[in-house]
Ligand binder design. Structure first.
Ligand code: MLT
Length: 412
């Protein structure tokens, strides 16, 4: 008899977004008319078309694929050299971060990479996550057997939870105990908080002292509006020895349906073998990538490359600015509705406190049924998300204005 991976049976409920989609489907079937006015501010999926420069580059790439002389079959598993060079130059060296082209691994998504990275870490690591947190970090560790079982409240025995609250600005400080791996996400999904240079420096210093590795998810860095905030953890001296960074073209370039992202694994980053010797992680990730992955499509990579051209940059920035004006409209609307709101300034997410005594799923149901707006219940991101809901600013202007209006009119 084949044995399954028992760790999957420790997962709590379904993955958050399919569960929301299921509830929304039930609502739409039961209420055909309100369903017509439904506005989706739940999953953070882009709504605006790809920048014209990306479309043109992808069309050119398709034309190349149509001719034997310029056709591309398998590409390098870790990405084409021209894209890796554009990334390391523009995203890192231009900001003073000493990242080499071959430390960039092009992939099909940050969600996949933050899960896949666990392949190169052994069992027994003490793992810290924020609470609330992007659920992928938790669930992939459960699947890999790193967490132990969950208690009644859904907390896993072997994870270290770092509470994120208004009092710490939703940015956790390093714990007073040892951990080996820590996930940091800035700008943060779901709270919209962004870490300052000093806050990241505290984590880098902790990681170096504890020989820990920081898994730094910067998928939303393009949404930072405050020029003082770091876009990469490598802007902090010493981070190249203790951090892996994940980036994506999904939110910054509108690529959620195209698929292209990348992970930076510095050659100076090491971890310990079972017998206690230090060994670089870069060759392990290279080996893993070349064994389990055949690279992102040539067409997608050509589309991503053009995002570094002046034209591509200007067009992508204009779309981001549009989403951020939506965030402002939503912030004003929710604030006028008397609800305490965080985020939405350096991130496309608003983290909203439901009225006292109203739970996250209760807020979700009320907003769905009475305002016909889909939000994301905060408790889906962890116990400390209870009592909050997340609003995504990825939408059209008309929908953002209408959502703000409906939330203002909602009576709790
Ligand atoms: C979200 O809504 O949290 C994101 O869209 C999920 C993701 O990027 O995977």
């Amino acid at each position: 008899m084949a044995r399954l991976n028992d760790h999957f049976l420790k997962l709590k409920a379904g993955y958050l977004f399919p569960e929301i989609a299921r509830r929304v489907r039930v609502f739409c079937e039961a209420h055909p008319e309100p369903a017509q006015r439904l506005i989706r501010c739940g999953i953070g999926d882009v709504t605006e078309p790809l920048p014209p420069a990306v479309i043109a580059a992808m069309h050119r790439a398709v034309d190349e694929m149509a001719v034997r002389e310029t056709f591309h079959g398998y590409g390098p598993e870790q990405g084409y050299a021209w894209l890796r060079a554009a990334i390391s130059q523009n995203d890192f060296r231009a900001r003073g971060c000493d990242v080499a082209d071959d430390e960039i691994f092009v992939s099909d998504g940050t969600k996949c990479d933050t899960g896949n990275i666990l392949d190169i870490f052994g069992p027994g690591n003490k793992i810290a996550i924020s609470d609330p947190v992007y659920p992928v970090y938790v669930d992939t560790n459960v699947m890999a057997g790193h967490t132990g079982a969950a208690n009644e409240a859904g907390a896993y025995a072997r994870l270290v939870y770092l509470p994120c609250r208004p009092a710490n600005g939703f940015v956790p400080a390093p714990p007073g105990r040892h951990v080996d791996l820590v996930y940091l996400c800035s700008p943060n999904n779901p709270t919209g908080a962004a870490a300052t240079r000093e806050q990241l420096a505290a984590w880098v210093s902790y990681a170096r002292e504890h020989k820990a590795v920081i898994l730094f998810d910067a998928a939303y860095e393009a949404y930072i509006t405050d020029p003082a905030l770091p876009h990469s953890i490598y802007e902090v001296p010493g981070a190249l020895e203790c951090a892996i960074e994940f980036r994506s073209f999904s939110k910054g370039g509108g690529f959620t349906g195209v698929r292209c992202a990348f992970t930076v694994v510095p050659k100076t980053l090491q971890a310990q073998t079972r017998s206690g010797e230090f060994h670089p992680l870069h060759p392990l990730w290279l080996r893993r990538t070349t064994t389990k992955f055949n690279g992102v499509s040539y067409i997608s990579q050509r589309g991503a490359e053009v995002l570094y051209s002046p034209e591509g940059q200007a067009q992508a920035r204009a779309v981001i600015a549009r989403y951020m004006s939506n965030a402002k409209i939503l912030r004003e609307g929710v604030t006028k509705a008397g609800l305490k709101t965080f985020g939405g300034v350096n991130a496309p997410y608003l983290w909203v406190r439901a009225p006292k005594g109203v739970g996250s799923w209760q807020a979700f149901d009320k907003i769905l049924n009475e305002a016909n707006v889909v939000v994301t219940p905060g408790s889906g991101f962890g116990a400390r998300g209870e009592g909050y809901f997340r609003l995504s600013a990825f939408n059209t202007r008309a929908n953002a204005e209408e959502t703000a209006r409906r939330l203002r009119e909602l009576r709790w």
